[in-house]
Design a protein around this ligand. Structure first.
Ligand code: DX5
Ligand code: ZN
Length: 208
């Protein structure tokens, strides 16, 4: 299992990024919020881009924004492996996915707990990742929604039936107990569970 660490709930981002860089975590998960798609708003790109000073890990960018087109070129300029945005936006999804791919970056679509998996179907040929939200997007430290298990199973069957090689990532409320619901996933995103601990590596290892 690959692990992507979210620092959304960090009280000292620089310190935690430096600590994470000393672990074997696979990705740093960047939660980007615009105050429109979700109520919260995260720091602007002018500040976020400085992350390169503190981490050599590849980035897994999760855009919780209404208009990904304005964010994609910015985040594509960092050490980014995946850019993911939400299937629930009211913008041209195919155009956004193609823009991500034009930078040779892997493209993902995220799906909220109440959204039907069938919404993903039209975009499957362009997808490298499906990010299954196991909490409502907006803030860290929430409880894993148990029904996500069915969602992961549905996404896995959908990918298999379309012969898609897209990976499944699960985001929200992940810890050493809730991870047992996610055996069909390829990547687990964990925030509070890692960041609140003294020993980050121990927590990361317990999720693998
Ligand atoms: C929620 C974010 C998640 C979250 C993960 O909107 O997308 O990435 O910060 O944090 P935990 O693990 O604390 O739920
Ligand atoms: Zn996230």
């Amino acid at each position: 299992m690959k692990i992507s660490a979210s620092f959304l709930n960090s009280k000292d981002v620089v310190k935690d990024l430096v600590k994470l860089n000393e672990t074997d975590v696979d990705y740093i998960h960047l939660d980007i919020m615009d105050g429109k798609f979700v109520k919260n708003k995260t720091m602007p790109f002018s500040e976020m881009k400085n992350i390169y000073k503190y981490t050599s890990k590849r980035l897994d960018v999760h855009l919780m924004v209404e208009n990904p087109m304005t964010y994609i070129p910015l985040y594509a300029s960092l050490n980014t492996e995946y850019i993911t945005f939400h299937v629930e936006i009211n913008n041209d999804i195919e155009e956004c996915l193609k823009l991500i791919k034009s930078y040779s970056i892997k493209a993902g679509l995220a799906i909220k707990p109440d959204t039907k998996v069938s919404e993903l179907v039209p975009y499957l040929p362009l997808l490298d990742m499906i990010l299954v939200m196991s909490v409502e997007p907006g803030f860290g430290g929430q409880t894993f929604i148990e029904e996500t298990v069915n969602k992961i199973n549905e996404v896995k069957s959908l990918l298999d039936s379309y012969h898609s090689l897209a990976v499944i990532s699960v985001d929200g409320g992940i810890n050493d107990i809730t991870k047992v619901n996610c055996d069909k996933a390829n990547i687990l995103v964990a925030g509070s569970y890692i960041i609140k601990a003294d020993n980050f590596q121990e927590k990361i290892t317990s999720l693998r």
